[in-house]
Design a protein around this ligand. Structure first.
Ligand SMILES: [Ca+2]
Ligand SMILES: [Ca+2]
Length: 250
């Protein structure tokens, strides 16, 4: 998938989120979207039915309905927010994007870091249904405007779902979305959102929490292979026996 991202255009459209060397408000514990750019219907909650934050006491809640702090917005507004050229969201997502809600943040990167977070997808669509494959998505855009990582959580696999909560018919587990590499120097922008696909008759939602930037772990230390260890053991044993013999002979 090749997306044409225009981060500069994005910043012009939705205002410039502050640049920072870490994720600001990474677990939504302020109870707000401080540090984030948002579009659509987004809010911060302490719980949703039986669903609880995976870190702290707050989490982000995005959905494709209207009525909380705003309304899910149609495709042209999503494209502007994402820095996509008008009319290109369908090609970018490989589906008929109808409406949605997205949050975003920009990080100034130096060195090599892994970005991770948790998400839970909830839907009134029937899991396994095609079309109407609503989805949550994550997109990471590197300092050169290229798509560096992309992940989705969607309705395609019924086995991923249990009975829903918080007024939703179906839900996935609240699980890690993955670890995404930032290894170029400069500004990365990442987006997490939920999209209504094909129509707006049945809605979907996304719970998001616990953004963490971790240093890329160093390569594991080189350990001697078992064969080498046994050879070393033989050598030490021989040496010890040799000394013993010499001492006895003396
Ligand atoms: Ca939290
Ligand atoms: Ca839908």
């Amino acid at each position: 998938m090749r997306w044409k991202w225009h981060v500069a255009a994005l910043l012009a459209v939705c205002g410039s989120p502050p640049l920072q060397a870490a994720v600001v408000n990474p677990s939504f514990e302020t109870g707000t979207f401080a540090g984030w750019a948002v579009i659509g219907d987004t809010t911060v909650v302490s719980s949703l039915g039986t669903a609880a934050p995976t870190h702290g006491t707050k989490m982000a809640y995005l959905h494709t309905i209207g009525g909380l702090d705003g309304f899910a917005v149609p495709q042209p507004f999503l494209e502007a927010f994402l820095g996509l050229a008008p009319g290109t969201a369908d090609a970018a997502f490989g589906a008929d994007v109808v409406e949605g809600s997205i949050i975003s943040q920009t990080i100034v990167n130096a060195g090599a870091w892994l970005l991770s977070f948790d998400w839970k997808f909830l839907t009134d669509e029937s899991p396994g249904g095609v079309p109407f494959n609503d989805r949550g998505f994550f997109a990471l855009v590197d300092p050169f405007g290229a798509l560096a990582a992309f992940a989705t959580i969607d309705t395609l696999i019924p086995a991923n779902f249990t009975a829903g909560t918080g007024g939703w018919l179906h839900q996935t587990a609240f699980k890690p979305a993955g670890s995404f590499l930032l290894d170029k120097t400069g500004s990365y922008t990442f987006y997490v959102g939920v999209l209504d696909i094909d129509d707006s008759a049945f809605d979907s939602a996304l719970l998001i929490d616990n953004f963490v930037l971790s240093p890329v772990p160093p390569p594991p230390p080189v350990v001697a292979e078992p064969a080498s260890l046994s050879l070393l053991g033989v050598g030490v044993g021989t040496l010890w026996l040799g000394r013993r013999r010499r001492r006895k002979a003396a």
